[in-house]
Design a binder for this molecule. Sequence first.
Ligand SMILES: C[S@@+](CC[C@H](N)C(=O)[O-])C[C@H]1O[C@@H](n2cnc3c(N)ncnc32)[C@H](O)[C@@H]1O
Length: 265
Amino acid sequence: MTQDAGETRQGGRAQGMFGPQAAEYAVSRVHVSDASLQELRRLASNPDGDPYPWVVDLGTGAGFTAFAMTEISQRVVATDVTLPMLEQTRRLGRDRGLTNLQLSRNAAEFLPFAGNSVDMVTSRVAGHHFDDLDRALDEVQRVLKVAGALVMADSVSPEDGAVAAWMNDIEVRRDFSHVKNRKVSELEAMVAMRGMTIVERRSPRIHLEFNAWVARTATPEDEVQRLRRDFLEAPDAMREAFKIEPVNGDINFSWPCLVFRAIKA
Ligand SMILES: C[S@@+](CC[C@H](N)C(=O)[O-])C[C@H]1O[C@@H](n2cnc3c(N)ncnc32)[C@H](O)[C@@H]1O
């Protein structure tokens, strides 16, 4: 089931974070299923109703998006740069009895697939970790067939510069592998400049609970305390943008998310 192909030059920080924490991601409520996965699944459905011959999932983590894609594709290749994450995908895929799932260890920036060969590329809550999302999108553009689809879900920052900076600062202090939550306008421009046209988009929220969120990344306790204080003392603009709400010793909040389907011309 595992093929070890392609480059793993990128993703050093991601491997440092996700390697030791892989088992946490395999049981994370928000990763197993949430609104971003439900919307991605909707936008990924083939309008013709036929199964796709071949789907590639990037930054597959413990595999939950790839598993959903096995229901609508003949063959799914789940790719990730972090080996322990792929081991979780393999274990969970076996438990589910999946026979049309393959694994490939590679960075999203170096896809070990021929040009013009893949019917659909998916990626969920991973793009903001990629060292070089521009290069990953170049690769998506290269491997997709003409009229093939990129269906992507990722956390995004608000358009307001100060609010976006607050969010990215919080994210990188909690998770050293965080690179950037882009603004919707930025992400859409990156897709458009590669000749891919966004034909559908949705904006679900990613609902998070602070205590579980920092436990998943094993954030050091002194940083957890600083982050908790920053959430509790957040200015009104951040409180409203991220729906920050203290509840019984925890803090509920949510990140904005963009899910889109883009078609290669
Ligand atoms: C939050 S998890 C993804 C969750 C998963 N897509 C899902 O739907 O449950 C992020 C994943 O991105 C992977 N990753 C980070 N940088 C990467 C890169 N440059 N290339 C490929 N995978 C990368 C990490 O190893 C990690 O497994």
